[in-house]
Design a protein around this ligand. Structure first.
Ligand code: FAD
Length: 330
């Protein structure tokens, strides 16, 4: 593997590093330790001193900061010009970006322009057995297959999918080196004009599912829509959110947006309770980063028990109604 550092290109969301950037950062930090390389954050923006410091708190050894009014909002040409200039000067070994709209856009452009191998939407990143290469793992065929992709170009680039890793922990005591770089930009370099940003309405149930520390999900083991209230009542009793398998949402037992999995949302709450869920890989890839997983399934061989921290082999109807009563009485 070539000499050079590992870079993470930051993305901000509402005045803070985005969650997916923090997740990318935690994996990049681990790689930097395994490969004995420095972790460098690339902070491109405007009025972004605070963001540069933040990247240090989340694990970067160094931050390269570029600030320009023309970079206040993400724009392909401006950000690409800055990143290319920095690459020419510092020659990194690995560049990782969040697999967000902007990260995908920037990575694709840089890859094509600089002839750098890119693996998009990685769900896992592992060192190869000889520790000389990296296995960039990405889902394929809607999550039915996971491909181990190797990059043959000198510089490697990857975008990292949301929820693939646990977010980096914040440590404000960390000493950070911030290098301010200037890249000359003209308005003609940008070729687009930012008009405004409109937030789309998000389904409140989906918002709750994505942000709750407790998620109770139901699958076909519930037997029918008439029993779905058990999932909702248990979630309510625990102050958590409701999730579901694709099979349950396809049958209309609950809101379609509540599907957890590779083609739904990826969650990683402190506690995930799976009721009557078989544990198909397309589902577990959306929840197996949860801190604690409790599964209730009457089939002792159900695959969900392979990812569960605690498993109860029983008919859920023997357990869940009493569990709800017990929790409500406390
Ligand atoms: P089942 O597999 O039918 O499992 C029901 C489970 O309930 C069984 O294990 C059974 O033992 C148990 N059970 C039955 N009765 C009881 C009872 N009374 N008490 C306790 N346990 C009981 N799925 C997702 O969830 N998310 C995705 O994002 C997703 N994406 C997909 C993408 C593609 C391209 C494909 C092909 C599939 C995808 N799927 C996804 C579907 C996935 O493969 C499974 O079919 C689905 O997750 C199964 O849902 P389930 O566990 O509810 O149902």
């Amino acid at each position: 593997m070539k000499k050079g550092n590992i870079w993470v290109v930051n993305e901000t969301s509402e005045g803070s590093l985005s969650l997916i950037t923090k997740e990318t950062m935690s994996k990049a930090k681990e790689l930097s330790e395994d490969l004995d390389k420095e972790l460098v954050s690339i902070e491109i923006g405007f009025n972004n001193d605070e963001m540069a410091r933040e990247s240090g708190y989340y694990g970067a050894d160094k931050v390269i900061q570029v600030e320009d009014e023309l970079l206040e909002h993400y724009n392909t040409l401006g950000f690409a010009k800055v990143l290319e200039t920095l690459m020419d000067k510092y020659d990194p070994a690995i560049i990782m970006l969040p697999a967000s709209h902007n990260g995908r856009d920037l990575a694709g452009r840089i890859s094509a322009k600089k002839g750098v191998g890119l693996v998009a939407d990685c769900s896992s990143v592992e060192l190869a057995e000889d520790k000389k290469d990296i296995k960039w793992i990405r889902p394929s065929f809607d999550g039915k297959l996971f491909c181990d992709v190797r990059i043959l170009s000198e510089i490697m680039m990857a975008t990292i999918g949301r929820g693939a890793f646990v977010e980096a922990t914040r440590d404000e005591s960390k000493k950070i080196e911030i290098i301010k770089e200037e890249v000359k930009l003209k308005e003609e370099d940008i070729a687009t004009k930012f008009i405004g940003f409109e937030k789309s309405d998000i389904n409140p149930l989906l918002d709750k599912l994505m942000n709750s520390k407790i998620v109770v999900s139901g699958g076909l083991g519930l037997g029918g829509p008439e029993n779905w209230h058990l999932v909702e009542e248990l979630a309510d009793a625990l102050g958590g959110a409701v999730g579901a398998t694709k099979a349950a949402t396809d049958l209309g037992w609950c809101d379609k947006d509540l599907q957890v999995g590779v083609t739904g949302v990826q969650v990683k709450p402190d506690l995930y309770i799976a009721l009557g869920i078989s544990g198909a890989i397309q589902h577990t890839k959306g929840m197996d980063n949860s801190a604690t997983i409790i599964a209730i399934n009457k089939d002792p061989d159900a695959a969900i028990f392979n990812v569960a921290s605690y498993g109860i082999v029983d008919d859920l109807f023997n357990i869940v109604p009493d569990l709800i009563k017990e929790i409500k009485n406390r």
